[in-house]
Design a protein. Structure first.
Lengths: 292, 114
């Protein structure tokens, strides 16, 4: 259940998705770093924010409670985590969720409320009061989502997301790229691959290889990711390790589908720690007889 | 007033009416009687029938036949199934109605013109 639009419930509901109640603040705030994982569990911390003294009063009196509904569509995981305060902390078994996880914050009635009305309810309701049953939603926040992948690595080693292999068929010709595997598949012709292996053996040429071989592949991979539609992207992240890793890098850099090619170009360089500078440095070093 | 639709359509097909957006706020008045108060608004105005549906949490419609409907002054309106006729909606102005469901139930409601 994703909260993305107002629900026409037969009583006023506090949510930023409608003007049933004003001020209509009710949100689940999770800052960067509030959602963490180790090998066995996800830990989620956050805060429910609202401005309703009536809700506070009901919760304090035990007549209403906050809670987080967690749902993972891919694994069919669903759970309800009640909270008695606006401070949210919950843990999920790592094995229970995979890919998109939806967090929906609610305030629900925990006892019957016979004459419910809430300060700030829309004037359409005039002075009406409402009969609220146990479990009825009094307030809800737009759903917050996060990607639950335990193996997102920050591309510390580019080999974790990219394979460079030799073509079995082509003696020469261009490098080809294939995005449909766990790692990006970069295929060099027979001759190029032999050159690559020879250069790779020399640690002073790593920057050169990064700028010449890896950089164009990573740049093209970022462009590939950013061209995917929402569903395609979800599928790619679920299926392919390289997508998860690079997407995490894009998110960290604030790159979105709306970002400019210039921003993507800079991001690719950041991922590879300035490959052009390193490559030029390697060439200069070689020209100077090994001195940097 | 926006029912004729398809201005500028070329071709020989019969013009199809355009749906008019109806914003609806509803709340239960009497759970035993199955009565609800509705406050309907249309940004563009509408003079014709409106359909009232119950909806699930995901927004899917559920059959919701009406027993009766009244305007704000208590005057009965013509009801057929889930269709109420003769409700003029002035653009942006709220129109208050009362409806009674054939079968009393606690439901979420929405309104449409098609």
């Amino acid at each position: 259940m994703r909260n993305t639009r107002a629900k026409a419930l037969p009583y006023p509901v506090l949510t930023p998705l409608s003007d049933d109640v004003i001020p209509n603040t009710f949100s689940l705030d999770c800052a960067q770093g509030d959602i963490t994982c180790d090998t066995s569990r996800w830990s989620i911390r956050g805060k429910i924010s609202h401005q309703s003294t009536d809700l506070n009063r009901l919760v304090d009196a035990g007549r209403a409670a906050y809670g987080i509904h967690v749902e993972c569509p891919r694994t069919f995981f669903r759970a309800w985590f009640p909270h008695s305060t606006t401070d949210v902390h919950l843990e999920l078994p790592a094995s229970a969720v995979w890919s998109t996880v939806e967090l929906s914050a609610f305030c629900i009635a925990s006892k019957e409320i016979r004459s419910y009305c809430i300060e700030g309810q829309h004037q359409d309701y005039r002075s009406a009061s409402f009969s609220i049953g146990v479990g009825d939603i009094l307030a809800f926040a737009p759903t917050v989502e996060f990607d639950a992948f335990l193996d997102i690595d920050p591309v510390k080693k580019i080999s974790s997301i990219l394979d460079i292999r030799k073509s079995d068929l082509r003696k020469s010709g261009p490098v080809t790229i294939d995005f449909n595997s766990e790692r990006i598949q970069l295929e060099l012709s027979h001759d190029d691959y032999n050159s690559y292996i020879e250069l790779r053996a020399d640690p002073t040429l790593r920057g050169l290889l990064a700028s010449n071989v890896i950089f164009p592949a990573i740049l093209q991979s970022l462009n590939y990711l950013l061209r995917l539609g929402d569903d395609e992207l979800e599928e790619a992240k679920a299926q392919q390790r390289w997508c998860r890793s690079l997407w995490a890098k894009l998110e960290k850099a604030g790159i979105t589908h709306a970002s400019t090619p210039e921003q993507i170009f800079l991001c690719a360089q950041e991922i590879l720690k300035e490959p052009v500078r390193r490559g030029l440095g390697d060439i200069l070093c070689q020209l100077n007889g090994g001195a940097a | 007033m926006n029912q004729s639709g398809t201005d500028g359509d070329q071709g020989g097909g019969k013009a199809q009416p355009r749906p008019v957006a109806i914003d609806l706020r509803s709340f239960q008045e009497d759970s035993q009687e199955g009565t609800y108060q509705l406050v309907a608004r249309s940004p563009d105005g509408h003079d014709g029938a409106i359909l009232v549906d119950a909806v699930t949490e995901e927004g899917h419609p559920i059959s919701c036949p009406l027993a009766a409907a009244w305007d704000e002054a208590g005057k009965p309106l013509t009801v057929e199934g889930n269709r109420i006729t003769g409700i003029p909606l002035q653009a942006g102005q709220p129109a208050r109605l009362k409806i009674q469901l054939k079968q009393a139930a606690r439901v979420a409601l929405r309104a449409s013109t098609l």
